[in-house]
Design a protein around this ligand. Structure first.
Ligand code: PLP
Length: 443
């Protein structure tokens, strides 16, 4: 048996330089942190460099990385095609107050891969993509409210921070008619009143709530793989119902594919054969640089068209369509051929089978959910269908496994994702890591 306290003590011994850096960071950053999601108690690991499947930290530890910057790095770290494209571009200028041809090529490639993206625009993050998509929906329909799913993360714009992984308490209300709860201080007044919260995978309740609010509802936004809310996979009929009811009521259906775009070259919408009205993109499409994109129906995106005078929606952004992001994104998307997707999907299934077998052999409750190259570990007997079920998972067990695997030389975060350079050797290391961990499992 290895206690969590012992694991954290070993972690401290293994990472003295990171610990010192965190102390220094606390002098200038609140709690030493500038990205909430990367915070680790008692201190995070500071990275020196990434190479392919590995990250190297400032203490000289090398770890096999299944996090890949929160799924963004589908080619792993410093992929030669991306590094070359960035190096070539950087000496020709990094940003201009004019467009470059690169933004057209980038948009053409995305539009070709995602047919629902008739017209699209670039921005600097997934948060911005979502903020813009919600604004288009309100402007296009003339209605004030948006609907989102309980637990879902869509970045840090005000409406997105309603019912984002809220603690499961009676304050959440009935499962089939969840309350809209604030997940953040400082939101604009009346934010919650303008957000309808829907239960994931409950087609009947969603249809009822959407119909009831139809006159005020501009859009329904969904992360189709529910990635932050536990990665509950959508029932295809549930997605089909959402599509049908929103279409019937002229409510825009927005797919937040910022993570779920990993599913296929055309995203989860291609995998499930659903065409949303608008799509938000980020992460993978920018090859490890900060960018996002949003788009969809031409008639809705026409609100941004400046050629007839001032557009109804102005969207400036110093780094929109930035050439560095464009070359990194293009290099990444071009490397992601059909064979490349097949490879990472097969490998993810292989990992899931191995991890499931490790749980079974150790007679420990555990299950693995897979979507394309994403996998999520649950210390539950069954894969959850929605946020409230996913929230029953044990955060303490995840914390134990996180530190165990970090000390062992592997980075995961309650699961992870496969990058293109990974092979079965890397997959076997993770599977063996879990097997060994379960031999000293204290629960
Ligand atoms: C589903 C989803 N939507 C939106 C975002 C926000 O993207 P960004 O961090 O680029 O602002 C994220 C980020 O993790 C995400 O996972």
């Amino acid at each position: 048996m290895l206690s969590l306290d012992q694991l954290i003590a070993d972690y401290g011994d293994q990472n003295p330089h990171s610990q010192r850096l965190f102390k220094r960071a606390r002098e200038v950053l609140p709690g030493g942190n500038t990205r909430t999601g990367v915070f680790v108690n008692p201190f995070p690991i500071y990275i020196d460099r990434g190479e392919g499947v590995d990250i190297h930290d400032v203490d000289g530890n090398r770890r096999l990385d299944f996090v890949n910057n929160a799924t963004a790095l589908i080619l792993g770290h410093a992929h030669p095609a991306v590094s070359k494209a960035l190096c070539q571009r950087v000496v020709s200028g990094t940003a201009f107050f004019s467009p470059t041809p690169l933004e057209i090529e980038w948009a053409e490639l995305l539009s070709a891969r995602v047919p629902s993206l008739e017209h699209l625009r670039f921005c600097s993050s997934g948060t911005e993509a979502v903020g813009n998509a919600l604004r288009v929906a309100r402007a296009f329909t003339g209605r004030p409210k948006i609907a989102k799913f309980e637990g879902a993360y869509h970045g840090i714009d005000d409406p997105a921070l309603i019912s984002y992984v809220p603690p499961v308490t009676p304050a959440l209300g009935p499962e089939d008619a969840p309350n809209a709860v604030l997940s953040c201080a400082g939101l604009a007044p009346a934010t919650a009143e303008n957000v309808l919260v829907l239960p994931f995978n409950n087609a009947r309740a969603c249809e009822r709530l959407i119909r009831h609010n139809a006159e005020e509802l501009a859009c329904v936004i969904i992360d189709p793989l529910s990635t932050a809310a536990g990665m509950a996979l959508p029932d295809p009929e549930f997605l089909a119902t959402l599509r049908a009811v929103t279409r019937e009521l002229d409510i825009l259906l927005i797919f937040d594919e910022i993570v779920s775009f990993r599913m296929a070259s055309g995203g989860t919408q291609a995998a499930y054969n659903i065409a949303p009205d608008l799509t938000c993109l980020g992460k993978v499409i920018a090859g490890g640089t900060p960018a996002g994109a949003f788009g969809g129906r031409k008639d809705a995106m026409a609100l941004y068209d400046p050629t007839d005078g001032s557009p109804a929606i102005p969207q400036s952004g110093t780094y929109n369509g930035n050439p560095l992001a464009a070359v990194a994104g293009l290099a990444t998307l071009k490397a992601m051929t059909a064979d490349a997707y097949r490879h990472i999907h097969d490998l993810t299934r292989y990992i899931a089978a191995g991890l499931n077998d490790a749980f079974k052999s150790a007679d420990t409750p555990g299950s693995i959910v897979v979507a394309g190259s994403l996998f999520r570990i649950y210390f539950l007997d069954h894969a959850p269908a929605n946020y409230r079920q996913a929230a029953r998972d044990s955060s303490e067990k995840h914390r134990w496994l996180y530190f165990y695997l970090l000390n062992y030389g592997i980075a995961i975060r309650q699961g992870g994702c496969v990058s293109l350079p990974m092979t079965t050797d890397h997959a076997d290391r993770l599977i063996e890591g879990l097997r060994e961990g379960l031999r000293v499992w204290p629960y």
